[in-house]
Design a protein around this ligand. Structure first.
Ligand code: AG3
Length: 295
């Protein structure tokens, strides 16, 4: 393959490669190495510690299933918390709803600054968080684990938009952290996290599911094809109280004009590949097995 390219390697010597025009910026923050490239066909690309975080043309294939599945399934999502998401795309999607407030907690200020100045796909939301000019949104620069431990507020939906479970993001995949999330949710609440590539980071997917399943009243797992990641990518949803995550509000969905996630086909999310069912079934208790199999 001629020309300059970027490859993210996954376990199994499997990689995702993109032709690039040039590197726009590289910066080492206190926590990680942050890079932005201009790609040939997908606009800008954000890379953290050699791992592709998003492609400008395609990021919605990740942020739509991450945000809209839970916001359309919750009967009245008013108070939202995002852990991570420094590029501003998740909060941009959340602000499309009629909410009371969204709070974003990001550990790395540099991700926000670089995204605001070089990526610029957040619709100006990051600037409004910093200027405090969006009354419905606020930003805290803090480790999500610490924040949640000391948090006295109550939320309807918690979204974890993190990097893979290494370095600073590792504790965001712990059972302890999930317990704290459960505690800051109202009596009815939803929690969602990305859980890695189903085929290439399977251990991450299964472990995340198993931990959340021990803490939440009901747990769902779904996969989605994401541009720029080794798809299918997995997401795990924890339900607290009486909410049916298999139903979404189609009236609300109408106005959103989504590109990738189709709320009219929400149930399709739960038809899992045999591969995932088999891996989960070999490790789960009977009740959870029933849930997985019923699809
Ligand atoms: N979410 C990043 C998901 C993990 C990507 N992992 C990988 N490429 N190995 C955060 C960025 C999007 N807001």
């Amino acid at each position: 393959m001629g020309g300059k390219h970027f490859i993210e390697w996954y376990p199994g010597n499997y990689g995702i490669a993109l032709k690039i025009k040039n590197k726009i910026i590289e910066k080492k923050s206190q926590y990680q190495k942050i890079e932005i490239y201009e790609t040939e066909n997908f606009g800008k690309m954000l890379v953290i510690d050699e791992k592709i975080q998003l492609l400008e043309k395609g990021e919605k294939s990740y942020h739509e299933p991450l945000v809209h599945t839970v916001l359309l399934a919750h009967p009245n999502p008013r108070r939202i918390l995002i852990i991570g998401g420094g590029d501003g795309c998740a909060v941009r999607e959340v602000l499309r709803y009629d909410i009371d407030f969204v709070e974003m907690v990001e550990i790395d200020r540099e991700v926000i600054e670089i995204s605001m100045n070089y990526l610029k796909i957040d619709n100006g939301v990051l600037k409004s968080l910093i200027n405090k000019s969006e009354p419905r949104a606020s930003l805290t620069i803090e480790d999500g684990v610490e924040y949640i431990k000391n948090c006295k507020k109550i939320f309807d939906v918690v979204i974890v938009d993190s990097t893979d479970p290494v370095k600073a993001a590792k504790p965001l995949f712990s059972k302890d952290f999930y317990k704290h999330i459960y505690n800051i949710l109202d009596e009815k609440g939803l929690f969602i996290t990305q859980a890695g590539s189903l085929y290439f980071l399977t251990k991450n997917t299964i472990e995340t599911y198993n931990k959340i399943e021990k803490v939440f009243d009901k747990t769902h797992i779904f996969i989605f094809p994401v541009k720029g990641y080794a798809s299918p990518w997995s997401f795990v949803v924890g339900v607290k109280g009486d909410i049916d995550f298999e139903r979404v509000d189609l009236k609300k969905a109408e106005k959103l004009k989504l590109e990738y996630y189709d709320p009219w086909n929400h149930r399709a999310l739960f038809y899992l590949p045999r591969y995932l069912k088999d891996s989960l079934l070999s490790q789960l208790n009977m009740e959870a097995s029933f849930l997985i199999l019923r699809g």
